[in-house]
Design a protein around this ligand. Structure first.
Ligand code: UDP
Length: 262
């Protein structure tokens, strides 16, 4: 997004600099998926679905690579943006931005799951943006982790996972500098006005999986970088709690609740 420093302060939605937009997960939104959730993060909403196939790509078999495979697809639905965004299929090729984002989602989830332990399976991560208002990639990663955990839990409950497969929680958030002020979790209006834009992907151990940071027709100092990292790190800690609560809310529920009146 282009730089301009015209955004009024305080933030358009009245948030503090270190405040996340409200976040909510609606699990089980896609019943045919092994795990799914609709992450609603402010006005950004992303459908995250996980499908597990009992096979691996041919190259893995041919090269004798042990374990499973994980792959991600990201797209924005045509009506997710203010002006209609044509589907990739109508252009005949995938958008460069979508490709970059889906690779990021794949890398992030590979950090969450030990592929050697899941057996000869392919895990498909599908992220479809229903409504875009900034931070769709961070919402896709944060939501996909929840969907992945639900899928792994259901596989385990069905007795299909023999090894102990431990998931390492992963979440993502954006931060940026707007009107010289470091802010957590930029909305679209803030993203457009930001002079520095950063995306952080981190795990529950406080380690970084990916950092994307760039000055938009601007540069940034080490001090500003430190401020963005501090905001991001605190945001990730809160997101990890929200994810866990969302996972528990589904997992704690009996798989087949008794029929009412019985
Ligand atoms: N956006 C849009 N159309 C596009 C790409 C982006 O309307 O083709 C908007 C959308 O609100 C998105 C925001 O611009 O969330 C910021 O886009 P960016 O590429 O920085 O990725 P994101 O912040 O969504 O991860």
């Amino acid at each position: 997004m282009t730089a301009s420093n015209t955004l009024p302060s305080p933030r358009p939605d009245g948030r503090r600099a270190d405040q996340l937009r409200p976040i909510r997960f609606q699990n089980g939104i896609a019943p045919h998926a092994a795990g799914s959730t609709l992450i609603e993060w402010g006005n950004t909403r992303v459908l995250c679905g996980v499908t597990i196939e009992d096979s691996v790509p041919r190259w893995m078999k041919e090269q004798g690579v042990a374990g499973g495979w994980i792959t991600a697809e990201y797209s924005m639905l045509p009506y997710s943006t203010i002006t209609r965004k044509a589907r990739d299929i109508s252009k005949g090729k995938i958008d460069g931005r979508s490709q970059e984002i889906q690779r990021l989602i794949g890398r992030s989830m590979r950090a969450a799951l030990d592929l050697e332990k899941i057996g000869a399976r392919t895990i498909w991560l599908d992220c479809d943006v229903l409504q875009a208002d900034g931070g769709t990639r961070t919402a896709a990663i944060t939501g996909t982790y929840v969907a992945l955990a639900l899928a792994i839990n259901s596989l385990r409950a069905a007795g299909k996972l023999t090894d102990q497969v431990a998931l390492k929680p992963v979440a993502a958030v954006s931060a940026g500098i707007v009107n010289s002020q470091p802010l957590l979790d930029l909305s679209y209006t803030e993203d457009v006005a930001a002079s520095v834009d950063m995306n952080l992907v981190m795990n529950a151990g406080g380690e970084f999986i990916e950092l994307q940071g760039s000055g938009e027709e601007a540069s940034f100092s080490e001090q500003e970088l430190a401020a963005l990292l501090a905001l991001g790190k605190a945001g990730i800690a809160r997101l990890l709690e929200c994810q866990q609560a969302a996972i528990n809310s589904t997992t704690d529920r009996p798989a087949n609740p008794p029929a009412s009146g019985s």
